[in-house]
Design a protein around this ligand. Structure first.
Ligand code: HEM
Length: 156
């Protein structure tokens, strides 16, 4: 077996590649728990190494909390893509506590997420992941940064 396909972005998976439904370009054609796990681990490996996002995440999540964060993120994406209902928390509230979070960082987050999705999944599945992420990122940004008074016409 090719070790490289089994270890995207340095994430060594415990599930052999052949268990997952593979598409033509060696990318996955279907979502499964294993595929979600692979996506989450590869994405956060990139995030932690990123010049913009890395410092914000490392300041918010202590080294010993990372495995719990990854497990939460697997629950989140499993709930969204496989309707397992495993994620029951409030993600917007968690982001109000993140020091240094900005609208620009959301752009970078979506860029890295899309890149990782495209490395792992075929186009159809990838498009669904990206659309969900974009919608949620937009709703977080409204919740975190939108101030209605900025839209109101000024009265004398
Ligand atoms: C600028 C972009 C983002 C930054 C800097 C960021 C950062 C973080 C950090 C530091 C945490 C851990 C918070 C804690 O444990 O106290 C977290 C949790 C989480 N993030 Fe993000 N995030 C971003 C965007 C997103 C997006 C776009 C999504 C979804 C598509 C997302 C989904 C989640 C979820 C589900 C959690 C777990 C919340 C919980 O504890 O239940 N994040 N994020």
């Amino acid at each position: 077996m090719d070790d490289r396909t089994n270890s995207i972005a340095g994430y060594s998976r415990k599930h052999p590649v052949k268990e997952l439904a593979m598409g033509r370009a060696g990318r996955l054609a279907a979502v499964s728990e294993e595929a979600v796990e692979r996506l989450v681990h590869c994405f956060y490996a990139k995030v932690r190494g990123d010049g913009e996002l890395g410092p914000v995440f490392e300041a918010a999540i202590a080294p010993e909390q990372w495995s719990a964060h990854l497990a939460t993120m697997c629950d989140f994406w499993s709930s969204l893509m496989l309707a397992t209902g495993r994620y029951k928390s409030n993600p917007l509230a968690a982001h109000t506590r993140v020091e240094g979070i900005t609208p620009e960082l959301f752009e970078r987050w979506l860029e890295l997420f899309g890149e990782t999705v495209d490395e792992i999944f075929e186009e159809g599945v990838g498009a669904t992941f990206r659309a969900k992420a974009e919608r949620i990122a937009q709703s977080f940004q409204i919740g975190l940064f939108y101030r209605p008074e900025m839209d109101r016409p000024k009265t004398a």
